[in-house]
Each structure stands twice: as C-alpha cells, then as structure tokens.
Design a protein. Sequence first.
Length: 74
Amino acid sequence: MEQDLSLLRGKASKEDFIHALEQEMRAVLTPDYWEVTLPNELNSASARNTAQLTYYAALCISDVLVLYSNMKVR
C-alpha cells in the first residue's frame, strides 16, 4: 500500500494525479486480468475472497434486484 501511495506523492495538479492513476490501472488491469485472473478469483469458494466481496458491494451500490425476485441486493 505504501508503494501505491508513493506513486501519488508530489503530484501537483489533478491532471498529474489522474495520469498516475490511469497509468497504474493500465499496468495492473490488463486484458489477462479481466479474462483469466478475475473469473478464476470469482470461482473461488474462499470466505475472504476480495473479488467476490467487491462484486457484492457493486451489486449493493447499483441497487439491483436479486435474480428471480423483487427484493434488492443489500
């Protein structure tokens, strides 16, 4: 985490900050991440699966309905 935060230190403008974030996202979130790594993480049965917890959080924020139900995901 300290390494990630160090990438943002000294950014003088919002454009520099955004550029640093986008550059890091391009380096980490490659097509292989979306096509191989993330699907494999979502298939895991681990209780502390961060990919799955992130997916559930996105469902809650998006205020979607539970599949085949009128109830919301919360």
